[in-house]
Design a protein around this ligand. Sequence first.
Ligand SMILES: [Zn+2]
Length: 473
Amino acid sequence: MEPTNRTSRAQSAAQGTTQGRGKTLLVKNADMLVTMDDARREIRGGGLYVEDNRIVAVGPSDELPDTADEVLDMRGHLVLPGLVNTHHHMYQSLTRAVPAAQDAELFGWLTNLYKVWANLTPEMIEVSTLTAMAELLLSGCTTSSDHLYIYPNGSRLDDSIRAAQQIGMRFHASRGSMSVGQKDGGLPPDSVVENEDAILADTQRLIETYHDEGRYAMLRVVVAPCSPFSVSRDLMRESATLARHYGVSMHTHLAENVNDIAYSREKFGMTPAEYAEDLGWVGRDVWHAHCVQLDEHGIGLFGRTGTGVAHCPCSNMRLASGIAPIKKMRLAGVPVGLGVDGSASNDGAQMVAEARQAMLLARVGFGPDAMTAREALEIATLGGARVLGRDDIGALAPGMAADFIAFDLNQPLFAGALHDPVAALVFCAPSQVALSVIGGQIVVKEGVLQTVELGPVIERHNRLAGQLVQSAR
Ligand SMILES: [Zn+2]
């Protein structure tokens, strides 16, 4: 997206608030409201005033308008910006805890699962995306990216997009791809790779059909070849050209573990960071998942170019990939967001739990001051927004999208921690929100998802998961 475009859109949006009034929503009396604004204000007795899909005012409740079309009294709650998930493979929620892939490292884990995923159907993609999004929404996430890179049996990215529209999640849909199968020296079986011309044509179709570059966009499309070990150099380059032609973001996996580094050195004669630079895969419009093994040169390069990283601590532990040097990256100016990663390598895709693991893992690797609870929250909100290339989410301030969540502080897990409810959110890791609002729409109320009836979805999901795992036997 062009910065000049963004500014003029921001101005017109701000002017819009003084013109015709839309539906209003008042949130008041939160025990604590975390803004993540420039001053990082935390407001006791705070509230928000929303018109349509955006925030108009934030502050102590007695400084806000008295009433609105809808009023939510958040006494006893902590209110904060909706969390941003920067890396996921939602279809994998059909293959959590698969016995053959429980105890393997990345390449072995992938090899065991590719043959299962080869039997995915469009219905499976749609239902598993709904389930994965429900899990994210209930755990505090309001914007998520999803990296779908396998399209067997007529599956399309449109299947995920339909799910996002149905459930009401702000969505960055990544058109992944794999083009180098085993016969060409890649990792995936030949049956699940696609032709490169077809990949590029479908990616272009998706951008032209769905991508919304505007402020407060609910849906953006991302160009996202799966990884250097599953697509060609040409496809990486041509994907970058396509993405930059349309001004959309680019995403892939990079430097995930030591075998990934060895593959890069052997195949390309370069480290993953050098390879990314050589392909044009650095810049503010690019973010890479994992980067556990990003070296000093890579950290400096990403910092200088504003190349983002999706940090996925649970997955990195699950696959024993290592500990990403997040503190070093942030000190070097690398934008860092949080990602739950695919549900086959987490396998619990809950955002507050992920923020807690980011904090704990940083301490295991680099000492007790390597990450504070508030830094973990910042990565999960503002960090994720920056990684996705957005300046309209991640903080509660006038002109920002009305995306916020609330946690009920009167739960056993918070008892004794109310002297610092903000830190308690990360240290105590509640699993479910009481309230979630996205673009001014209430998506979760009193802990219940409002947009989709979950019971039948979970039943369908489990039936399809059984079919899928069975089909590979
Ligand atoms: Zn991943």
